[in-house]
Design a protein around this ligand. Sequence first.
Ligand code: PBG
Length: 337
Amino acid sequence: MQDKTHLVDEITGHRRMRRNRKADWTRRLVQENRLTVDDLIWPIFIVPGTGIVDPIAAMPGVNRMSVDKAVEAAKEAADLGIPALATFPDIEMELRDETGSNSLVANNLINQTTAAIKKAVPNIGIITDVALDPFTSHGHDGILRDGEIVNDETVDQVVRAAILQADAGADIIAPSEMMDGRIGAIRRGLDAAGHQSVGIMSYATKFSSGFYGPYREAINTKGLLKGDKNSYYINPANGTEAIRDAALDVEEGADMLMVKPGLAYLDICWRVKEAFGLPTFAYQVSGEYSQIKAAAMNGWIDGERIMMETLLAFKRAGCDGILTYFAPEVAKILAKR
Ligand code: PBG
């Protein structure tokens, strides 16, 4: 005799979602998305000198490393199976100026790093940013003239910097400065310099975000930045504009697209992947990392669990991979599974 006091009806009985969730083996069998080490790009910070591993206060567990230490880290990453690194320099204040001229020095810190890693660990991919912010005395991504970040002049310089980065051995150029027309210009510049096989991962949809705070501490642009980046980064309120911006980058020859920041922009990840079908990456930026670390250090959340959950969320949202400061930590966990 059926117990009529239950409110679950016959129709529901045919559609019990929990049947597929009932045991570990069914859950594994029906799992739609998986995070693997192949999905990880590890962003690292480089400082001048040797033997330096300098902790970044706002990013617990992340260090600024001198080139020799970065080479060691690259070896470790390669051994873990991490496909690629993204490198960011924290250069001497004396070398920073109005136009970011150090970006045009062939053996500057970022290019030294690329050359050294490529020599010691040839099988790990190197992704370099060409934005000028690590090189400018005002912390902006472009050339500042009469209170304005000038577009076309910045693009000219970024193209020259990109060619030097490719000369040093960079595999993928990742322009994050959001100037108009940069992807096409970099593509033409690279091709003319014989770098046809160097790819472009466009920071296609980069939002003007508060989540970049700890990064600015890491490369010491925090105290320098005058004003904000609203005249070149995208307004966080605008999804459709972001898709239009990405469309231009696709037309201009981007090989891969990036959405940045990550977790607050999962809708953009999904829309970008759906619209263009290009390899799409999310950048889980410094503020996202630090939030998780800080709450975990306070015992308020299970840091490892949330790290894995957020990274899996990017996969579910259509991303092919994630730039994340958690990369080595995650790779070690995945290796044990
Ligand atoms: C700037 C740049 C930023 C990041 C990388 N390159 C943002 C910014 O300071 O404006 C952020 C990375 C992070 O927060 O992890 N071109």
